[in-house]
Write a protein that binds this ligand. Structure first.
Ligand SMILES: O=P(O)(O)OC[C@@H](O)[C@@H](O)c1c[nH]c2ccccc12
Length: 265
């Protein structure tokens, strides 16, 4: 299964970073970090247009290379997303399959004061400290790769570090585990990681099993205004969009389009 490979690659790269930079070194930096915004989503507010989390990723296991590495200007993308007033920027930091890095996240943090989500396969508390030091305001916790105890511990540490936690679930069982662990933001992935198929009906079905005081983010495969209108009608609080924005030459116009606003000009 692809998820097992992703976790194995993450573990290997993590061990190398831990050997280079001991946790104590990261912890010592916490006291001197420049201020970053706090990220929160109000689950009760049915925002129109829907909140937007815009992703920066140059490659993925399902799509391969999405943008030409020669033209992958992540700081310009961050400026475009900032100009479009998205609610958060998601930055892939997984190195082997998504060709991301913490260095990209740090550079994006230098470029924008918008909150940044570190998009990675979080498997160790060390990664939360790394995220914080690099300038992230939020981290991703994927239920499928964590035990209940890890979920609880990582949520507590995120809270301590003032990092918001987006808890990702794919089915009713994982949603229940996310709720039990105390998640306040649940991301429902429309993409099935077993066969990469995308199904919005899944999100809409699962919405009903999430209490209304928990914010729900719909993730993956969102391409058109029709998709977004469907998710808005289902009471979803935010969308997380990667590929559609990465492929758009005029990113602010594409963001306006998905929000149901007329493109400028
Ligand atoms: O590019 P898309 O189809 O708009 O998807 C974005 C995001 O949902 C996807 O990158 C993602 C969802 N969950 C993840 C977990 C790890 C890495 C990546 C992801």
């Amino acid at each position: 299964m692809i998820l097992d490979e992703l976790v194995a690659a993450t573990r290997k790269n993590l061990q190398e970073r831990q050997a280079q930079v001991p946790l104590a070194v990261l912890q010592a930096q916490l006291a001197t970090l420049p201020p970053r915004p706090h990220f929160t989503l109000n689950a009760q507010a049915s925002d129109q247009p829907i909140k937007v989390i815009a992703e920066i990723k140059q490659a993925s296991p399902s799509k391969g290379q999405i943008v030409d590495p020669a033209t992958f200007d992540y700081q310009q993308i961050a400026r475009d997303y900032t100009a479009a007033h998205v609610d958060m920027i998601s930055v892939l930091t997984e190195e082997d399959y998504f060709k991301g890095s913490l260095a990209i996240l740090s550079a994006v943090a230098q470029t924008t004061q918008l909150p940044i989500l570190r998009k990675d396969f979080t498997i160790d508390p060390y990664m939360l400290y790394e995220a914080k030091v690099a300038g992230a305001s939020a981290i991703l916790l994927i239920v499928a790769i964590l035990t209940d105890a890890q979920l609880k511990d990582f949520l507590a540490l995120a809270h301590e570090l003032d990092l918001a936690a987006l808890v990702e679930a794919h089915d009713a069982d994982e949603i229940q585990r996310a709720i039990t662990a105390g998640a306040t933001m649940i991301g429902v992935n429309n993409r099935n990681l077993k066969d990469f198929s995308v199904d919005f009906n899944n999100t809409q079905r699962l919405r009903a099993s999430i209490p209304t005081d928990i914010a729900v983010i719909s993730e993956s495969g969102i391409q058109t205004r029709t998709d977004v209108a469907q998710l808005e009608a289902a009471g979803i609080n935010a969308i997380l969009v990667g590929e559609t924005f990465m492929r758009a030459t005029d990113k602010p116009a594409m963001i306006a389009k998905l929000r149901g606003q007329y493109p400028r000009g």
